[in-house]
Write a protein that binds this ligand. Structure first.
Ligand code: GLN
Length: 536
């Protein structure tokens, strides 16, 4: 059997979920990574999702929440955002795997005849391909923490669990952590360990013995639940941890630290204890606890039914608020039903990215409101396109994006491929996936702009996910309608604009929200929150 792990000193933790979905496995995995990283270990976090989509690029944010974009241009599950923010692990194309992407590889090989007439099967072909993907790019790391999407017991998960069983049997230094819900029956006044027992037994039926158990509980459980679970589930008591609901994911991280989970992980792998530096975390949590001025920010979006659709935006706004010593209350407002009153008491307005025509009018209305009432506004991606359309409508009443009105007489925003056709000299970089501009690109900041002073650099480097761009034919009209270009891509595309007649009005063709952590909040978000604070 092919050995897929090249890095023999790599310690691997597979994280599965049990009893119910939405337990925050990704957060648990990220916290363990973050705590290891605070002790100087290098960690790589990965996720394997059991669904058959090749990647989530085509999924609506209403399905699984926001689509996160890695620096190298992969459209991935939002958990990868937690990996970067909490886990301190930069993600890449190698770090998000779907069952669909593995099947795609296998079927491509099969069509090319590379299996030399053999029957192509889940074992060994799927499992071998998945093993390669799991260990790809882990060279040089101390730890690999790999999260398995879904819940143990799902039909879709079986082939993935079989792969993990094989890895545990074949490789050294591989353990399994199970995150499962312990429900409380208020009528009976009891915590119930039975669903967890079943979940662990389920995992065992696939040949995987749980090594570490994290019990998700709503409140503190005073009963002898650890003894009971240890006895009935073959797990040492000291390997069972409580994972309580917390005020924030950063509070949860501190709570895990108090449980000494990291020390236990090190013991299991026979590693020495190390000094840790968690001051960044304690400072952040202490500031959250302070009584600080409160401000309200409207996120004028459209994927309002899913609470995770704007995850990175919310995180970036919180990071910047705490760094400015203020508390931000975020209000996700459905642009389709937007009324002016909704914005009346807002200290700031945020226009997030989005796809398709629905809810465009409401977002344009919010942009006009911010402009006319001098309310600080930050807009990302679609937010920039709409801020330009809103402004140019004063000269070209039918100004629009060809995304919404393909035959508009004034396509002020049009497809990237149209721009490519007009200027044959440009190259769009290797990250161009199909017609989409994806991943990190460096752009040049323009002198004497607020955008430049916020980045305090010659360049900005942010992540992208878009198919449409500003049409440079209309460039000369921007100044006339009050917009100043504040950044250009290397291909001379407009990357950011700002209004000098407002306290803060910046919109960019990128997604700055993907580059924000509590250690290093994003410069644009910091500036936005600072401007809001200065007006209090
Ligand atoms: N729909 C727009 C485009 O494709 C904006 C995309 C976004 O906001 N991420 O360009």
């Amino acid at each position: 059997m092919e050995n897929s792990k090249n890095n023999q000193s790599l310690k691997t933790i597979f994280v599965t979920g049990g009893v119910v979905s939405s337990l925050g496995k990704g957060i648990c995995a990220s916290i363990i990574s973050g705590l290891l990283s605070a002790r100087g270990f290098t960690t790589k976090l990965k996720k394997i999702d059991p669904y058959l989509n090749v990647d989530p690029g085509t999924l609506s944010p209403l399905e699984h929440g926001e689509v996160f974009v890695t620096e190298d241009g992969m459209e991935a599950d939002l958990d990868l955002g937690h990996y970067e923010r909490l886990g301190n692990s930069k993600t890449s194309k190698n770090d998000y795997i779907t069952a669909g992407s593995i099947y795609q590889k296998i079927l491509t090989k099969e069509r090319k005849g590379l299996y030399e007439g053999k029957t192509v099967q889940v074992v060994p072909h799927f499992t071998t391909e998945l093993k390669k993907a799991i260990f790809k790019g882990t060279e040089g790391y101390d730890f690999l923490i790999c999260e398995i999407g879904g819940t143990v017991g799902d039909i879709e998960n079986i082939a993935i669990l079989e792969t993990i069983r094989q890895i545990k049997a074949q490789e050294n230094n591989v353990i399994s952590a199970h995150v499962a819900l312990m429900p409380y029956l208020s009528k009976a006044g009891e915590w119930k360990t039975k669903p967890i027992q079943h979940s662990i037994r389920d995992l065992l039926s696939y040949g995987i013995q749980t090594d570490i158990l994290l019990c998700r509980m709503e409140n503190e459980n005073k009963e002898n639940w650890k003894e009971k679970l240890s006895l009935l589930s073959n797990i040492k008591k000291e390997n069972i941890f409580k994972a309580l609901d917390a005020k924030s994911i950063y509070h949860a991280m501190l709570a895990y630290e108090e449980e000494s989970i990291c020390e236990r992980v090190l013991q299991i792998f026979n590693l020495e204890k190390r000094e840790k530096d968690l001051t960044f975390l304690t400072n952040y949590v202490n500031t959250i606890e302070k009584d600080l001025p409160k401000i309200d920010i409207a996120i004028v979006g459209k994927y309002v039914q899913c609470k995770d659709a704007y995850k990175s935006v919310e995180e970036a706004l919180y990071h910047a608020a705490i760094a400015n010593n203020i508390h931000a209350n975020l209000h996700i407002i459905n642009a389709e039903e937007l009324k002016e009153e909704d914005l009346k008491n807002m200290h700031g307005i945020f226009i997030p990215g989005g796809f398709g025509k629905r809810a465009i009018d409401g977002k344009i209305k919010a942009i006009a409101y911010a402009k006319n009432n001098n309310i600080p506004l930050l807009g990302m991606c679609l937010g920039m396109q709409l801020s330009i359309i809103e402004a140019l409508k004063s000269i070209f009443p039918e100004a629009d994006s060809t995304e919404f009105t393909p035959n508009t007489p004034d396509p002020v925003v049009f497809k990237l491929s149209e721009w490519k056709k007009e200027d044959k000299t440009i190259t769009l970089g290797e990250n161009l996936g199909g017609t989409m501009r994806l991943g990190s690109y460096k752009s040049t900041l323009v002198e004497n702009t607020l955008t430049k002073s916020l980045y305090n650099s010659e360049f900005l480097i942010e992540r992208h996910r878009h198919r449409y761009v500003f049409n440079n034919k209309y460039k000369d009209f921007l100044e006339k309608v009050g917009l100043t270009i504040s950044a250009y891509t290397s291909d001379n595309l407009v990357e950011a604009v700002e209004r000098k007649d407002c306290d803060f009005f910046i919109t960019g063709q990128f997604h700055a929200e993907f580059n924000s952590t509590i250690k290093k909040p994003n410069s644009l978000f910091l500036g936005f929150l600072k401007a809001i604070k200065n007006r209090l």
